[in-house]
Ligand binder design. Sequence first.
Ligand code: ATP
Ligand code: MG
Length: 562
Amino acid sequence: MPGPDETVQPEAGRDFIRDIIQADLDAKRVDAVVTRFPPEPNGYLHIGHAKSICLNFGVAQEFGGRCHLRFDDTNPTKEEQEFIDAIEADVRWLGFDWGKHLYHASDYFEQLYQWAEHLVRNGKAYVDDTPVEEMRAMRGSLTEPGRNSPYRERGIEENLDLFRRMRKGEFPNGARVLRAKIDMAAGNMNMRDPVLYRILHAEHPRTGRAWCIYPTYDFAHGQSDAIEHVTHSLCTLEFEDHRPLYDWLIENLPVPSRPRQYEFARLNMTYTVLSKRFLTRLVREGRVSGWDDPRMPTLAGLRRRGVPPAAIRDFVRRVGMARANSVVDVALFEYSIRELLNKIASRYMAVLRPLKVVIENYPEGPGEELEAVNNPGDESAGTRRIRFGRELYVERDDFMENPPKKFFRLAPGREVRLRYGYFITCREAVKDAGGEVVELRCSYDPATRGGNAPDGRKVQATIHWVAAVDAVPAEVRLYNQLFARPDPGADGDLMADLSPSSLEILADARVEPALAAMNTGDAVQFERQGYFCRDKDSKPGRPVFNRTVGLRDSWAKVQAKG
Ligand code: ATP
Ligand code: MG
């Protein structure tokens, strides 16, 4: 990723937003592009936010402008320092930097208040004492116009006095609000005298007890953009209907600049819920281990699962910027992850469900070392030495006592290749009292060292293994989709659609020693199994691994079918 000062070439015609920006620059409507990413610190960022981050920071980089990080912290009852810290860390992790341009809507509380008084003085805002429920009823509906409040024609002096007393804390929560005086019959409900300020005796993470009235999101958002000289205010489609209100406020206030808003489609993905409210419920109700549970679509969860930030950026690029809402197949996301990990992750052997193998004709003792390739696609990744011995572990699934036709792996009398090692033949399956296979007695052919028989005979399968003498016991966590259906909540109940098999814990895996020396988050491939990374729950001598994604490329299948 380039730094904030470097300019990346914009891709011509790449999407409608970049086209608009290019046209604005060409026509000199703006000198430099200023964008912002405006999260509300009431939860952790998720993959949907990544789309907005990549867009806002991305166009700023490409067009040589700048992007601000601004916390829209106007609702002190839901916002927390933990979320502020996590958001900053996650934006950085994703590869973006706001430099010195870190702002908060709360930085502008005094200015916003002064502008609210400005509206009052110009007869464009009034204090309304109507109780909340009644006010809601009087707003009308899509088919019915609203009704004017009895307080709508209050005099300017009375409004000013009441608004100042609201600020001073003379009234309890909900007693009064400040409303814009626009049009109760407007077809757009957002223009029916929207609330600009509400009374909220609550402590704010940044301003403490300085305020007991807070601006609404709608009043704070556009003006904050104007204060920061944001040129292109990029947001998701649900704000399209708010644009006339933002424009009305900008026209009626002495703001220092005139931002323009453009809307793009939210990211939606199959098997995934991207609603902070619902993700908060999952955490609060203990349905997941926390905001960074690897099954969560949060950036913290994806990071812990081993998804590299470059894979997220690549995915967002592939999804593109459309103006119409749609649902992206989660398989496309997995494709981006696999594409990248295939290039960067070194390969190791790990046996997830071990079955012991004893090679009867192999000498007792320390065994020998074999050479293994770290990444067949990248010679510079080099090779490593792995131990081979008389006792090994192989995958339980790689043996069948009565194999069906197309099963070519271990079975009584069957010869297979051990990866990087020898051909072995299964002589006998040893069973316990319950009839379960607990050990395989095998023989090996010393002439096949390195994986080929001098007489040219072939085997149909190559399987992975680890040597019993130095294998490290490990826990492996296999993650599946959090939801059991592609369209969670379609029947109205999201919780009911949580999958009972979203996490499978394999507590008795064995991995080669090199894997025990990994750092938290390092991406590796377990040969024939998938991509994994070491989890922070690891203990000395007992690493824990998360499956990031399996090897199977379901996206290729989807495409082939399509
Ligand atoms: P909520 O879940 O409460 O609706 P939010 O996800 O909109 O909240 P914000 O903190 O307001 O959370 O979002 C910050 C920015 O990220 C906004 O500009 C918003 O439009 C954008 N954003 C949020 N969700 C998505 C998404 N799924 N796809 C693209 N952009 C998103
Ligand atoms: Mg929002």
